[in-house]
Design a protein around this ligand. Structure first.
Ligand code: ZN
Length: 580
């Protein structure tokens, strides 16, 4: 069974539940770094701020005799006083900083397991962008050797989720080789190791590139952790590209330098006359009061505020995924910093196919125009390509999608785009609308499925609702996104018109009856499928003889299905047999 249960999709992001031994963690999420030697904000306070998961360094715990004994006796949660999800780092960072730590890979892995860490990490070798080729090669080799070592003892480490991080520094081929090898070993969780210098210089392009390069090799059913990402303004971009979690000590490091975070940027405290936030810290104190405090207390309060901002941004991101406006948020954040905008444009251009592959076909929210980046969004690009291939009698002109068949006036994303274009005044006829929508959704052959079309409109709104072919109800047009939702009868006509396996999910013989009775199609039921299926696609579930068993909505992309063991794939709308 997959540890990840996907609830909602947007861009390459997902709202998902990750099962750990301390309970479920909702992704995306942020793990603040807690250093037991320098507890600026205590885990208790973090919990009050809304932090659900933290990361702490197992090597620091190991080195501190009192902490170590407590952690071994009562567990790490009790030792540091946090009852949420705890990820432990292996001490790799210490290795990077001070060269050489006094514990072996196997020892630190076993130690993390023994203290009850929810998510443990192997000892990898962090990289920096100025590393020589030889140094990087050696680092990669050590990291892979350590991963193999983990694999060899993984039987005794069950219950803990294990995270493996491919390395490679600035060398593309090393990154790819390392990602391929680490992915093969079957970790529960994957890390993307942000390159040290890239982080300090705000080089979001290099970080985004690294994430996309590594992502290619990882099983989409596993969560992806992006190390050392702590700037709230960059969270949404990396989430949209497929990162599920982040960790950082920035909230405290910035506070030590008097840097006050906002969702868009960080501001030196001395420049602030007023605190532009209403978190409990900023509600209690004025800018002047905080500036006049002694350093320790000031640092603590700004750290807490910075954490509030980080938690708030993560919650906002989860909301945008649920509502389908994550790209709009990414655009907004990118417009606040040119280096973020550069990273966004670079990634959208360079990885368009990979991004399209996970992009849902329809959303609850509108597409907002903010500049050229909007035209490169995977949902926008895909729609533009699709209408280029379509033929119609009448079109309307848009600056984002080019000429769009008039029949798609109310269909996502054309009808749900907010741009600087004029309103379209022409109204499509019923036939024009149904033909365009089914061709757009299912391919041009779908238009041949129905004859003598008739549409019943809503009495209240005048908008088209039920669709009839030769007086038989074949489905309806969903008001919010103008998509055609076929009935079983409609699905049967579509299947006759569409070439195999277009729009179909073919289930194995042994699951035919269950699905025909309305049971969810799980990933392991699938025998064959249309490779063009994306999250939120309307699909027709058939058996090998092309008999319609059910219709429903896909929650995964076709390319992901094979990786998600026992995960729901098609949520059934209509089924052909009665239950019982
Ligand atoms: Zn605040």
């Amino acid at each position: 069974m997959s540890n990840l249960r996907i609830r909602r999709r947007d861009a390459s992001a997902r709202i998902a539940e990750l099962s750990t031994k301390s309970g479920k963690l909702l992704l995306p999420n942020f793990f603040p770094v807690f250093n037991p030697n320098k507890p600026v904000v205590t885990p208790e306070e973090m919990k009050r701020i809304g932090v659900e998961a933290i990361i702490t360094n197992s090597y620091i715990i190991y080195k501190n005799e009192k902490l170590r004994e407590e952690a071994l006796k009562h567990g790490v949660h009790s030792a540091i006083g946090f009852d949420g999800i705890i990820m432990t780092d292996s001490g790799a960072y210490q290795l990077y900083r001070y060269k050489g730590i006094e514990i072996s890979n196997k020892e630190i892995i076993r130690f993390q397991h023994a203290i009850g860490s929810d998510i443990g990490t192997i000892l990898d070798v962090p990289m920096s962008s100025d590393m020589s080729r030889r140094e990087a090669e050696e680092g990669v080799k050590t990291t892979i050797d350590h991963a193999i070592e983990w694999k060899s003892i993984s039987e005794e480490l069950k219950g803990t989720l294990w995270l493996g991080t491919p390395q490679g520094g600035p060398y593309d081929d090393l990154i790819c080789e390392s990602a391929r090898r680490i992915a093969e070993l079957g970790f529960d969780y994957y890390g993307v190791g942000s390159i040290k210098v890239a982080l300090e210089e705000y080089n979001f392009t290099m970080q985004a590139d690294l994430l996309m390069k590594v992502r290619r090799f990882l099983q989409p059913s596993k969560p992806v952790h992006f190390w050392g990402i702590g700037l709230p303004s960059s969270f949404s971009l990396f989430v949209a590209l497929g990162a599920d979690t982040f960790d950082s000590a920035s909230y405290a490091l910035y506070a030590a330098e008097g840097r006050y975070m906002t969702p868009e940027r960080t501001i030196p405290l001395e420049e602030l006359e007023e605190l532009p936030c209403s978190c409990p810290v900023c509600s209690k104190y004025s800018a002047k009061e905080i500036k006049e405090m002694e350093k320790g207390e000031r640092e603590k309060l700004i750290s807490a505020h910075n954490l509030y901002v980080s938690v708030q941004e993560i919650r906002k991101i989860r909301t945008t995924i649920r509502e389908g406006w994550l790209w709009n948020l990414v655009q907004e954040r990118a417009r606040a910093h040119p280096k973020l905008l550069k990273a966004l444009l670079h990634t959208l251009c360079k990885y368009r196919d990979e991004l399209e592959e996970r992009e849902p076909v329809t959303k609850r929210s509108a597409v907002f125009y903010s500049g050229p980046e909007t035209l490169m969004r995977p949902d926008v690009l895909r729609a533009r390509k699709a209408v280029e291939r379509m033929r119609a009698e009448r079109y309307f002109r848009t600056s984002i999608y080019g000429n769009v068949p008039l029949g798609l006036k109310y269909t996502f994303p054309f009808g749900q785009t907010v741009s600087m274009d004029e309103e379209v005044e022409d109204e499509p006829s019923d036939e024009e609308m149904v033909y365009s929508i089914v061709s757009y959704q299912f391919g041009v052959d779908a238009a041949k499925a129905f004859k003598n079309l008739r549409v019943r409109r809503s009495r209240k709104t005048g908008m088209p609702r039920d669709v009839y072919s030769d007086d038989m109800r074949v489905g309806f047009i969903r008001p919010q996104d103008g998509f055609f939702i076929p009935s079983l009868e409609g699905a049967e006509l579509l299947v006759k018109a569409l070439p195999w396996p277009a729009c179909r999910v073919v289930v194995k013989k042994e699951h035919e009856d269950e699905v025909a009775k309305g049971i969810t199609v799980f990933s392991n039921f699938v025998e064959e499928l249309d490779p063009k299926i994306r999250p939120n696609s309307e699909v027709i579930v058939v058996n090998k003889q092309d008999r319609v068993l059910a219709t429903g909505k896909a929650v995964l992309s076709a390319s992901e299905v094979g990786y998600f063991e026992g995960h729901p794939f098609v949520i059934i709308r209509h089924h052909s047999m009665h239950r019982g």
